[in-house]
Design a protein around this ligand. Structure first.
Ligand SMILES: CN1c2c(nc(N)[nH]c2=O)NC[C@@H]1CNc1ccc(C(=O)N[C@@H](CCC(=O)N[C@@H](CCC(=O)N[C@@H](CCC(=O)O)C(=O)O)C(=O)O)C(=O)O)cc1
Ligand SMILES: N[C@@H](CCS)C(=O)O
Ligand SMILES: [Zn+2]
Length: 729
């Protein structure tokens, strides 16, 4: 039996090719435009996407991939799982209150989406949550697309992944049957509308799952498969192999299963007999990286599955949300780099080409193969690095006494507010720009001295982004002009493209840091982004192990640290906020990752003298799982996000016996709220119960770049006052 889904992609970017959605929502938030204007902008983006995908030749076009903020939040609204504290006068304002918070309620928790740089809002579900079909977004988008002449396939977050991502219940799956009632009702409504296919995403099953979770998956799709009048069902599990979830899904009545054959493998697929009457949606075009597909290899992979399913069709390995829109607008990329690339629009064309080749025998085009740039000197130097250790910590503590820091030393994480004036200045001529940035640094240093911080920062005004900035100054990286990818809500990043061997033509941060240090007698921290984070937030080459690429980046950072020391820098911070993010989804892959990631950090930092205090900073994740790796980094001081998770990290630190300097963040920089001195002293005292005062640092959770001075200044003053109060006992 063939089902006729045909060539498709599992999802598409939604921010607009020129970040139109960012401008539209931010304008609405600022009160500069009304809801109708915002809805019209959103509609234009959706319609343009559907027409583009249809005209590119896809047989099945996805819908409901649009979101004003986040698809997990959309799902919470769809099923009525929105806490009452967010109820506002309109549905749109209720939605944005949950996403961003307001004067009356802090937002839902924001956290990393699997092993990507996308962030989702964590639904709150407990035994009292009354699920109901509370929104018609998937239906409305289907109708809108149909009116534009495009029949579409609504994409929904699968019920089991939704519950597994939620918090608030010790046993979220106990709510599955109640949630399924809503999905059953929705399937009926979609069928009545004439929807032919619906896609359910269950990426939670690319991770290790226990027997109860696998059983819940089976129960969910057995129930949805049994709905009398329903669209055909495609269930996808991406960011890795479905593993044990594949036979579970195959045993249900769903018509199609989407498998990730880029992050996952074909292993085990042929041995699932129940797939033989289903459509296999073969994800052979990489949804997360930007390399052009090896068409011959991809078609061979898909063809090898032909006997395992009733039908095999070509698709992307995951949603295309994580790649930029269009390579063709990047006219400044070197031709030998762009010849190796495909962004979302080009990937759609690849899917169509591959599907026609697989199912109709249309010949594949011949494309030239371009090899990555090799740098023999970098490879030679790396082969010569034998030792990645520093002097013992006790000796470093003695050597660093010269810094003369008080107990409960106060500092910030690096960035100060990136104001509109700073961003606008980027287009100035070089001399003028440098003068503006130096003036900003001088202002930030004077402010920190006035506030009374002990260890200062230069404020990072010259950095458009903590990864892109370094990529712009390293060989082996390309950066884009318009290659924006959604990170969270309206915030976007332009991940650099790490395409060849990495080297550092000249010092990167030294002039800015040295200038800042020349203005003050207090120590100014040199500020670098670590090798793991640079890889995590870039598109990385896939022709060599990640550990090799990380070492090349680390070597460049090692040279930068040596130059910072030579210029008089006594403290260097190497940020690794993405250390947890890159942790592989399957436990079997953890040890190898933790080994190369820790090794790369140690390569970057182990050239530092015992007198130089090395800090690292981590945020955006829960760190319990990688606490021993954090210890393995060997930094003298680790500042870590803690306030948002209510200092839960203290338990992990206590349990791990962490014995070096640590700064659990005392206030949440994601909220405009200014903390009171009293609440900060309480947090510092709680931390003092776990870490002695001479090793305990007082700092915010993360950098201040997204905040305004009106919030930052009083918050830092409160933080310094709290540290002084606790010092006095
Ligand atoms: C710490 N985080 C980061 C992650 N990933 C990164 N690559 N970088 C990170 O810092 N992942 C986890 C978190 C995610 N958090 C954030 C937080 C904030 C942003 C953000 O604010 N993004 C900005 C874009 C930042 C940037 O690249 N700025 C450039 C370009 C600015 C710009 O838009 N210029 C205008 C023209 C100038 C003007 O007049 O404003 C234009 O191009 O039109 C710069 O400063 O030069 C955003 O706007 O979304 C992202 C992730
Ligand atoms: N130094 C960076 C770290 C962010 S995770 C900053 O302060 O923005
Ligand atoms: Zn941070």
């Amino acid at each position: 039996m063939t089902s006729g889904i045909g060539a498709t992609v599992l999802g598409y970017p939604r921010i607009g090719p020129r970040r139109e959605l960012k401008r539209a929502v931010e304008s609405y938030w600022a009160g500069r435009s009304d809801a109708d204007t915002l809805h019209a902008a959103a509609r234009d983006l959706r319609v343009a996407t559907w027409l583009e995908l249809r005209d590119a030749g896809l047989d099945s076009v996805p819908s409901n991939t649009f979101s004003f903020y986040d698809q997990v939040l959309d799902t919470a609204f769809l099923v009525g799982a929105v806490p009452d504290r967010y109820r506002r006068s309109s549905a749109l304002d209720t939605y944005f209150a949950a996403a961003r918070g307001d004067a009356d309620a802090p937002p839902l928790e924001l956290t990393k989406w699997f092993d990507t740089n996308y962030h989702y809002l964590v639904p709150e579900i407990d035994s009292s949550t009354e699920f109901r079909l509370a929104d018609d977004k998937p239906l409305a988008e289907y109708r809108e697309a149909r009116a534009a002449g495009v029949p579409t396939r609504p994409v929904l977050l699968g019920p089991v992944t939704f519950l597994l991502l939620a918090k608030g219940s010790a046993d979220p799956l106990s709510r599955l049957d109640a949630l399924l009632d809503v999905y059953v009702e929705l399937l009926g409504a979609l069928a009545a509308e004439g929807v032919e296919w619906v896609q359910f995403d269950e990426p939670a099953f690319a991770m290790d799952r226990d027997v109860a979770e696998l059983a819940a998956l089976g129960r969910a799709y057995t129930r949805l498969g049994a709905v009398a009048a329903r669209p055909k069902l495609l269930v996808t599990g991406y960011y890795g192999s479905l593993g044990a979830a594949l036979p579970v899904l195959a045993a249900t009545a769903v018509e199609a299963i989407g498998v990730d054959l880029v992050a996952g493998t074909i292993e085990g697929i042929a041995s699932v007999p129940a797939l033989r009457d289903k459509t296999l949606v073969a994800g052979v075009v990489d949804g997360r990286n930007v390399w052009r597909t090896d068409l011959r290899k991809a078609v061979a992979t898909a063809a090898s599955l032909l006997g395992s399913a009733a039908e095999v069709v070509v698709s992307t390995s995951s949603t295309l949300l994580h790649v930029p829109y269009d390579l063709d607008v990047e006219t400044s990329l070197a031709p030998e780099v762009s010849a190796r690339l495909a962004f979302a629009r080009q990937k759609v064309a690849e899917v169509v080409t591959l599907d026609r080749a697989l199912r109709s025998g249309v010949p594949l085009p011949e494309l030239p193969v371009v090899e990555p740039r090799r740098d023999e000197e970098v490879r030679f130097r790396l082969a010569g690095v034998k030792d990645r250790s520093r002097a013992p910590y006790a000796a470093r503590v003695v050597a660093q006494k010269a810094l003369n820091l008080p107990p409960l030393a106060t500092t910030t994480i690096g960035s100060f507010p990136q104001t509109a004036e700073i961003r606008a200045a980027r287009s100035l001529p070089s001399d003028e720009y440098t003068a503006r940035m130096r003036a900003e640094i001088a202002r930030v240093i004077a402010l920190q001295e006035d506030i009374g911080l002990d260890v200062l920062v230069h404020g990072e005004p010259e950095r458009n982004d903590m990864v892109q900035y370094f990529a712009e100054h390293l060989e082996g990286f390309a950066t884009t002009r318009l290659g924006w990818v959604q990170s969270y809500g309206s915030r976007c990043v332009r991940p650099p493209i790490l395409h060849g061997d990495v080297s550092r033509p000249a010092p990167i941060t030294v002039p800015w840091t040295a200038y800042a240090q020349s203005l003050t007698s207090r120590p100014v921290k040199g500020m670098l982004t670590g090798p793991v984070t640079i890889l995590a937030w870039s598109f990385v080459r896939d022709d060599q192990p990640l550990g090799e690429t990380a070492d090349q980046v680390a070597l460049a950072l090692r040279d930068e640290i040596a130059d910072l020391e030579a210029a008089g820098t006594r403290i260097v911070q190497v940020d690794e906020p993405a250390l947890r993010e890159l942790l592989p989804l399957r436990a079997v892959d953890h040890p190898a990752y933790l080994e190369w990631s820790v090794d790369a950090f140690r390569l970057a930092t182990s050239g530092a003298s015992a007198r130089t205090q090395v800090h690292t900073h981590l945020c955006y994740s829960e760190f319990g799982e990688v606490i021993s790796a954090i210890d393995g980094l060997g930094a003298d001081v680790t500042t870590i996000e803690a306030a948002r998770s209510k200092m839960e990290i203290l338990d992990d630190l206590r349990a791990s016996g962490f014995s070096r300097g640590v700064g659990p963040g005392v206030y949440d920089i994601h909220s405009p709220r200014v903390p009171a001195v009293g609440e900060l002293t309480e947090l510092i005292k709680a931390a003092l119960a776990v870490v002695p005062g001479d090793r305990l640092w007082v700092n915010p959770d993360c950098g201040l770049k997204t905040r305004a001075y009106a919030e930052v200044e009083p918050a830092l003053r409160a933080m310094v006052a709290a540290a002084r109060e606790v010092r006095l006992g």
